[in-house]
Design a protein around this ligand. Structure first.
Ligand SMILES: [Zn+2]
Length: 62
């Protein structure tokens, strides 16, 4: 498995994105794009406010 490191957390930029995606952590409507960098690629995952915050907090503690 590739190592992935948190790169940034950004809000969705359009209503279309908000309405068509769900948090992969809990299934709530997603509002944040969480970007990870891996070797040679960027991975984007979608999370709600709460899950994005938890990811942000845990990455600070590493
Ligand atoms: Zn969530």
């Amino acid at each position: 498995m590739l190592e992935k490191r948190l790169k940034s957390i950004e809000p969705f930029t359009s209503n279309i994105e908000k309405n068509s995606r769900f948090c992969i952590g809990c299934g709530e409507p997603a509002t944040k794009l969480v970007k990870y960098s891996t070797e040679g690629a960027i991975i984007i995952e979608k999370y709600c406010e709460k899950c994005a915050k938890a990811i942000e907090d845990s990455s600070v503690n590493q």
